[in-house]
Design a protein around this ligand. Structure first.
Ligand code: PLP
Length: 398
């Protein structure tokens, strides 16, 4: 076995780097989840999460991954046979769509080419046709982690408003929460689906649903079977700052610390940092003369970039070289993009030097794996990071 020195670079788009102070918070001894110390933490965490989600309604915390929170969003709001409008953006929209079908929901899936986001005009046209309001929910992925494409959630909200359609609005924010602005209350989102292991800077293990009043009302009538994922007993227990099951107590210690970090920095500055790091990565990609999977600059993701490798190159072999020789994990191509793209996660707790190191690892890997490319991506990114200190963006955000 080789002894690795320094930190492993985990540059996949989740799980992400966990800050030392969050790790230290998690490393505390476990406490009684029905005791006063834990309820004091919950009194801090639950309102903090609402601010993070920009939600007027409560945020439900599950012991589970993002997929569990996907399931919770469906089973709490819908009944078997209900029509749901979804849109194909990539691997994760596909997984959510398949899950909805397993619950006997009648999914209408707007096809996509995995290079763009949800098309608001198509959603609007479909909603306008649905005069009888058969569509009970519109469910979309905000940031498609498999392609590095961010959809315009506010525009989808406008499509619902313009057609005066009463459908619920469900949004997967698993790889955008805490990285890309999402205004749950302002944009009338009924359920936001989140997970701990991406922008929130925590290890995996917590799933979230931010829930609107309309969604709570729908839950009273929804007939899909649910037990563990049922919001009601959790929200009831939360009134006494507790849970109906044993929560992952130590992750909630970490969550408290992560929420405190967001409040210290301010969400606007966090979003500006992600946008700037995304821009640095894309400038490097352009200098390498490689192609982005995302086709439309208005939809470039601030949290992840998917990079296409030239014909005849296997992206997974390149990633393997980078892991073996430079101790850095990059995201694999998923679904139909397997072997065709690699992904750089630039979300969570990152600074300029970590972005620079990541890009250096990629450029050395491209060279070592003999992937046809132009040199100079790192220099281009360094130039951008050095000239644009981020202070302007930070100022604008304040
Ligand atoms: N949705 C998106 C956009 C994701 O990126 C992921 C995971 O990467 C999921 C859903 C599934 O979440 P999990 O793997 O935590 O179950």
């Amino acid at each position: 076995m080789t002894t690795r020195l320094g930190r492993h670079f985990i540059q996949i788009p989740g799980p992400t780097n966990v800050p030392d102070r969050v790790l230290r918070a998690i490393a505390a001894p476990t406490i009684d989840h029905r005791g006063p110390e834990f309820s004091a933490i919950m009194q801090d965490v639950l309102p903090g999460l609402q601010r993070l989600f920009k939600s007027a309604g409560p945020v439900v915390i599950f012991a589970g991954s993002g997929s569990g929170a996907w399931e919770a969003a469906l089973v709490n709001t819908l009944s078997p046979g209900d029509k749901v409008l979804m849109a194909e953006t990539g691997h994760f929209s596909n997984l959510w769509e398949r899950m909805a079908r397993k619950f006997a929901l009648d999914v209408e899936y707007l096809p996509g080419d995995w290079r763009g986001g949800v098309n608001p005009a198509r959603v609007e046209a479909r909603l306008a046709e649905d005069k009888a309001h058969a569509i009970k929910a519109v469910a979309i992925v905000h940031n498609e982690t498999s392609t590095g494409v961010t959809s315009d959630v506010a525009a989808i909200r406008r499509a619902l408003d313009q057609t005066r359609h009463p459908a619920l609005f469900l949004v997967d924010a698993i790889s955008s929460l805490g990285s890309i602005d999402l205004r749950t209350a302002e944009w009338g989102i009924d359920v936001v689906v989140g997970g701990s292991q991406k922008g929130l800077m925590l290890p995996p293990g917590l799933g979230f649903n931010a829930v609107s009043e309309k969604a709570l009302a729908a839950a009273k009538k929804a007939k899909l079977s649910r037990s563990f994922w049922d919001w009601e007993p959790i929200l009831e227990a939360n009134k006494a700052w507790s849970f109906p099951f044993t929560p992952n107590i130590n992750l909630i210690f970490g969550l408290k610390e992560a929420v405190a970090m967001f409040e210290e920095v301010g969400l606007a500055a966090v979003f500006a940092r992600h946008a700037r790091h995304g821009e640095a990565v894309r400038r490097a990609v352009r200098a390498w003369d490689l192609e982005l999977q995302a086709a439309n600059p208005a939809e470039y993701s601030a949290s992840v970039t998917a990079i296409r490798v030239p014909e005849g190159v296997n992206a997974d072999s390149t990633r393997a070289v980078i892991l073996e020789d430079f101790d850095m994990s990059l995201g694999a191509g998923l679904g139909k993009l397997a072997g065709k793209v690699f992904r750089i996660g630039h979300l969570g707790a990152l600074n300029d030097l970590m972005i620079a190191g990541t890009l250096a690892g990629v450029e050395m890997g491209l060279l070592r794996a003999q992937v046809p490319h132009q040199r100079g991506g790192v220099l281009t990114a360094l130039d951008f990071l050095a000239r644009d200190s981020g202070r302007t963006a930070k100022k604008a955000a304040e």
